[in-house]
Design a protein around this ligand. Structure first.
Ligand code: T5A
Length: 211
């Protein structure tokens, strides 16, 4: 079914995903590729509404299972309306977060069953798996500092305590070890330019081998 290229970005809040996605999107468009860039949760009209519920600080007592289903619902909508059609048309899709976020945040950090989360996500997406996932690895303190410098307001999930974030940090490295063929770990503490050089070279290598 899949003809295009599916690239996802993962990492802690403030790890620099949005920054690198913008650089990659600009670069690939300049090279003449047809690119679709999107975000999770969100990326569709319904997904946007779900995103508001998920990130709303008024919903602090949301149960972990309800939270998981909402992320999966947003993803199912995004895959069916945006990601799958674009890939079928041979486009490059760049997505800010995908199922690895649910495995790490809801599975590992919230303590729900990791394997079950992955199975449910596969069901929700019709088993679409990214070709390349860039994990921007930064220490919790670095992510926080960047969010403060950028004066970014914390959403419901970003308000979680450091213990939750420690589990996310470790969880990401753990899933990267288990998925070495797909997940590329990048030192997100470097400057934006050197990080982008690494990402660009991996994507170019992939596109060259795909021809
Ligand atoms: N979530 C999501 C789940 O729990 N389960 C799921 O299944 C999914 C899909 C989404 C939240 O939902 C959770 C995870 C999240 O908590 P969000 O609003 O989409 O929240 O936010 P995030 O994805 O966390 O993204 P952020 O916007 O918080 O951070 P980014 O995009 O990683 O960082 P970015 O690029 O905006 O950079 C932050 C600041 O740092 C600077 C930038 O200029 C910016 O000011 N910066 C750098 N500074 C120095 N050196 C560098 N290399 C830098 N790179 C960026």
């Amino acid at each position: 079914m899949k003809k295009g290229l599916f690239i996802t970005f993962e990492g802690l809040d403030g790890s620099g995903k949005t920054t690198q996605i913008k650089l990659l999107d600009d670069y690939l468009r300049e090279k003449g590729f047809d690119v679709v860039t999107t975000i999770e949760p969100g990326g569709t009209e319904i997904g946007g509404k779900i995103r508001n519920i998920l990130l709303d600080k008024g919903n602090l007592d949301m149960s972990h299972k309800a939270e998981t289903f909402l992320f999966l619902a947003s993803r199912a909508e995004l895959v069916s309306k945006v990601i799958a059609p674009a890939l079928r048309e041979g486009k490059i899709v760049i997505c800010d977060r995908f199922f690895d976020s649910t495995v790490v945040y809801q599975g590992i950090a919230r303590g729900l069953e990791e394997k079950q989360i992955l199975d449910m996500s596969m069901w929700a997406t019709g088993k679409i798996v990214p070709d390349i996932t860039f994990l921007l690895s930064v220490k919790i303190s670095r992510g926080k500092k960047r969010m403060d410098t950028a004066s970014k307001k914390r959403d419901r999930i970003e308000l979680e305590k450091d213990n939750f974030k420690k589990k996310i940090y470790k969880g990401y490295l753990d899933i990267a070890r288990k998925n070495k063929d797909r997940i590329v770990v990048i030192d997100g503490e470097k400057n934006m330019e050197s990080i982008f050089e690494e990402i660009k070279s991996k994507v170019c290598e992939y596109l060259k081998n795909k021809k």
